[in-house]
Structures are given as C-alpha cells and as structure tokens.
Design a protein. Structure first.
Length: 111
C-alpha cells in the first residue's frame, strides 16, 4: 500500500529551513536577543512538525500532506490553524532575525 506524498525536494527544503531556524533561535537565545520570542520560535520549530505528522497519519491514501492540511483547515480543525499560524510566526521571527543581523553587521554581510 503506497501513499501519495509531496516531492522529495520539498521535504529537503522544508527540513533544511527548520534546521536553519532551530540553529538561529539557539544562537539568538545565547546572544541574549529577544529570548522570549526566540524560545517560542524554537519550541514551535520542534512541536509543529510533530503535530502535523501525528495528524497526517489518518489521511487518505490518494491525498498528500498539503491536500490533507487544506481539507482539515476548511473544516476548522484547531491543529491546522495552530500549524499555519505557527509557521507564520516562525517565518516572521526569521525575517526579523535576518534583518537584525544585516543592520547590525552591514560590513560582514556585504563582504
């Protein structure tokens, strides 16, 4: 029995992004910058994939992860709303982190 899944390249990019976020949050926590938001971002980076995997176990055979997420979002299930807002929070935090790194060290980034 085979399930439909998103392409391999998508999963490589997604998990690489999560790894970069986790490393960035740990770096930010140790530097003492925005410890609360950095800690929340790290916790979400670890929890969201677990929640999505657990809830994707019940998906249909002919349905990939994205279709499953959208279907359950249309039904208003809480885990999908948490996953989407969690990913948005992580993305906004990472953009803020990059902006702070660039404005703090403009010579390092340019060279």
């Amino acid at each position: 029995m085979y399930w439909v899944s998103l392409p391999t390249w998508f999963w490589i990019v997604y998990h690489a992004f999560l790894l970069v976020i986790a490393i960035s949050t740990i770096f930010s926590i140790f530097k003492g910058k925005q410890k609360l938001f950095s800690s929340l971002s790290l916790i979400l980076t670890l929890i969201i994939p677990i929640i999505v995997i657990i809830n994707s176990i019940e998906r249909d055979i002919n349905q990939n992860e994205w279709e499953h997420l959208i279907l359950h979002l249309q039904h208003g299930e809480l885990w999908t709303i948490f996953a989407i807002f969690g990913h948005l929070f992580i993305l906004v935090w990472f953009i803020w982190f990059l902006k702070m790194m660039i404005t703090r060290n403009p010579k390092t980034i340019a060279n």
